[in-house]
Every structure is written in structure tokens, then in C-alpha cells.
Design a binder for this molecule. Structure first.
Ligand code: SAM
Length: 233
């Protein structure tokens, strides 16, 4: 009986925020044809897939969570995008990417986990001059790190501020409703354990919805001018 009930997975819920990712991408001033893109902390690949759909470039998704990456790989198996997407189990802290090898670094909800300064430093190293960095985090976290940008050679180009309280109204409130619905229907809890695992987050965000207000920021790696050495005499 309960098998007929539609039980979303976390990606189904997360996808509601991809509109902000798309709006942010549209605000990037320019990218070369066939850009090389790095998606840091790609998880199960929703943003990586979107970036491949929005460009004609090659997109590399990295994460340290093998379960998420396996899920990502399954999504790609039947996809025509698989020739342009590379999935790597790799940490952004110690990576093998060459200096100045990417046109765009994309990072949704991961810099605050790794550490902002380290991420700005690595992004600056792997980005070409004039390349773009897009980072999604809470506004609180972003504001704390804006002053470090200059040190790592970045400037703010633009931003997309999410709808106030979006984590509650668009994600956790619908999740809470879904759990209630499944419980009321008498659905076997083992079928929606992956939803129940987030109950503590539901309580936290419900209690203080604005604490988690987010923004996507677009930064540009400031183009370094080659210094002309003037000979005297
Ligand atoms: C909050 S999740 C965000 C996932 C996805 N970007 C999204 O927005 O749905 C953070 C992700 O960063 C990954 N992560 C944590 N530390 C990392 C590191 N050192 N290098 C790469 N990814 C990392 C985690 O495994 C997780 O998938």
C-alpha cells in the first residue's frame, strides 16, 4: 500500500533552489566558449549537471563523500552529458589541479565547511586571471569573509540574494508536511528514514528561519597586470 505513496529523496527537495543557481549563472558577465568549470563539494551532482546544461564546457565535480558521488554517477549513466562531466573523489584542500586551469569555480554550501580562507586561496590558484568564482553560503558567513577577498585577489561582481526565510518556506516546511502526511498515512517509517534523519534540522530552521538566509555571490579573480621592468640609464 505504502509503495504507491510518492516519497521524495533529498535531491527532489533540494532542486527547488536550483532556480537561484541558474539566476546566478546568468549574471556571470562572460565566459569563454567551452569553459573549464570546477564544482567544489558537488555532492550528488545537481549543480554540476546544471552547469553542464547551461554551457558547452567541461565540468569537473569533486567531493569527498563516496555515497553522494555514486548517486551522481548513477544519474549520469544514461545521460548525454556524461562526456562533458568528470566526477572525482578529491578534497579541495589537497587537490592535483594545475594553477590557472579553470574559467569558473562553483561552490554551493561547502566553503564554510572547508574554511573560507583556504577555499579563496585554492580558488585563486586554480582560476585563470579574470576567471569567476561563485560561492553559495549563508549571508552571515559571507559577510564575515568579504574583507578577505582582496587578500586573495578577488572582487565582488554580483550577487543573488535568496528569498528571505527560503530554507523554511521552500524546503523544511514542505519536508515537515511530507513527513506528517506519511505518518498520518501509516507509512512504514523505514521507507522514509532519509527524511526523518533531517527532523533536527527542521526544528532548528523552524525556530530561527532567517538565521540561514543565503546568497550566491559572484567574484572575479582580479587580472594581474604584467609589470614592465624599466631599465635605467
Ligand atoms: C552542504 S553539502 C552541499 C552539497 C551540494 N553542493 C549542495 O549544495 O547540495 C557540502 C558538501 O561538501 C562536501 N565536502 C566537505 N568537505 C569537502 C572537501 N574538503 N572537498 C570537497 N568537498 C567537500 C561534502 O561531502 C558535501 O557533499
Amino acid at each position: 500500500m505504502s509503495n504507491n505513496i510518492n516519497i521524495p529523496d533529498m535531491d527532489d527537495l533540494r532542486r527547488v533552489f536550483m532556480k537561484y543557481s541558474q539566476q546566478t549563472f546568468n549574471k556571470i558577465p562572460q565566459l569563454p566558449t567551452k569553459p573549464r568549470i570546477l564544482d567544489v563539494g558537488c555532492g550528488s551532482g545537481e549543480s554540476t549537471i546544471l552547469l553542464a546544461q547551461l554551457t558547452d564546457g567541461d565540468v569537473t565535480g569533486i567531493d569527498i563523500d563516496m555515497n553522494a558521488l555514486n548517486k551522481f554517477q548513477e544519474k549520469l549513466d544514461d545521460s548525454t552529458l556524461k562526456d562533458r562531466i568528470e566526477i572525482l573523489k578529491e578534497s579541495f584542500i589537497e587537490n592535483d589541479f594545475s594553477n590557472e586551469s579553470f574559467d569558473l569555480v562553483w561552490a554551493e554550501g561547502v566553503f564554510h565547511i572547508i574554511g573560507y580562507d583556504k577555499c579563496l586561496q585554492e580558488s585563486s590558484r586554480v582560476l585563470k586571471n579574470g576567471g569567476f568564482l561563485v560561492a553559495l553560503d549563508t549571508i552571515k558567513v559571507i559577510n564575515k569573509h568579504l574583507k578577505s577577498l582582496d587578500k586573495f585577489g578577488f572582487k565582488v561582481i554580483d550577487k543573488i540574494i535568496w528569498q528571505e526565510g527560503a530554507w523554511w518556506t521552500e524546503y523544511y516546511e514542505p519536508l515537515e508536511r511530507k513527513i506528517k502526511y506519511l505518518r498520518d498515512k501509516g507509512t512504514d517509517p523505514s521507507l522514509f528514514k532519509h527524511l526523518l534523519d533531517h527532523e533536527h534540522e527542521i526544528a532548528m530552521v523552524k525556530h530561527n528561519p532567517n538565521e540561514f538566509d543565503c546568497a550566491h555571490y559572484i567574484y572575479q579573480k582580479v587580472i594581474k597586470q604584467k609589470m614592465k621592468v624599466m631599465k635605467s640609464g
